[in-house]
Design a protein around this ligand. Structure first.
Ligand SMILES: [Zn+2]
Length: 275
């Protein structure tokens, strides 16, 4: 367990997540009383590793009082039941209602925008931040200003906005609201802690708009019109062709955003620029 800030520690656990990431960060907040965010791994060896690290702290008199899920994706929730069992079955698992609707895990209580979670000396202000996943929550620690950011940002790789779970317009709005809250560090689910949280969020927002503009320009040129063709046009030479299908998913979110803003129209699989 790596202590990065006062009362904030990180345990990366191996998960079946999206490359290039190979691990999900389980964040452990508090002192004396502990909240465990995203006990993520479905693998028994990794679950034992996490429990072993918590057991060391429990042996010194601390206890786990909350298990919290940032959102419903498998690479965030897959170890939650196992951890509750290992801890004796009494620790509540908390999540947003929209997360509860999407997981097999038994959720014991719901959290939402405006809630305050107090645990082990941490006072955490909650924000509901849909866009990557409908029930996504982030948690801002009043003392340090650090934010448990789940999959809103990543220290490695990019955040996938998949139509269905995700919505680019909502995602951009949530990023802007996170930025307004004035985070210091961001504690992402994948990769290292991101210092300069506000600047990182500004970059994420700008980057998404740049990507939309690239896609719009590709449509204007009329060489590419399906999401897969656009993936090659926009990412060709940057990513492996094997990654085009996943890029096409991301591009579809951008196309839908453009449609909502009257910048693109679709005809079946084919898209064209408008105006
Ligand atoms: Zn996710």
């Amino acid at each position: 367990m790596e202590h990065l800030l006062p009362r904030i520690a990180r345990v990366p656990v191996r998960t079946p997540t999206l490359a290039p990431a190979t691990h999900t960060n389980t964040w452990v907040l508090g002192e004396g009383e502990l909240a465990v965010f995203d006990p993520a791994s479905p693998y028994e060896d990794e679950q034992r590793l996490l429990y072993g690290m918590l057991a060391e702290r429990i042996a010194t008199g601390e206890r786990v009082t909350h298990i919290v899920l940032t959102h419903h994706h498998h690479d965030h929730v897959a170890g939650a039941e196992a951890l509750r069992d290992a801890l004796g079955g009494q620790v509540p698992i908390l999540a947003h209602r929209a997360t509860d609707e999407r997981v097999d895990v038994r959720i014991d209580g719901h959290l939402d925008e405006g809630d305050v979670l107090e645990v082990g000396g941490c006072i955490l202000d909650l924000m509901h931040t849909p866009g990557h996943a409908p029930g996504h929550l982030v948690f801002r620690d009043r003392d340090t200003g650090a934010v448990v950011a789940g999959d809103m940002v990543a220290g490695i790789g990019t955040i996938l906005i998949e139509p269905g779970d995700g919505h680019l317009g909502q995602y951009l709005e949530s990023l802007a609201r996170m930025q307004k809250a004035g985070p210091t560090a961001l504690l992402p689910a994948h990769g290292p802690m991101l210092e300069q949280g506000e600047a990182v969020l500004a970059f994420y927002i700008a980057h998404r708009h740049q990507r939309t503009e690239q896609i719009r320009q590709a449509l204007v040129k009329r060489g590419a019109s399906t999401p897969l063709e656009l993936a090659e046009a926009v990412y060709g030479g940057v990513i492996e062709p094997s990654a085009y299908p996943i890029a096409a998913v991301q591009i579809t979110s951008h196309l839908q955003w453009m449609r909502e803003h009257a910048l693109a129209a679709e005809d079946g699989e084919h898209w064209r620029a408008v105006s």
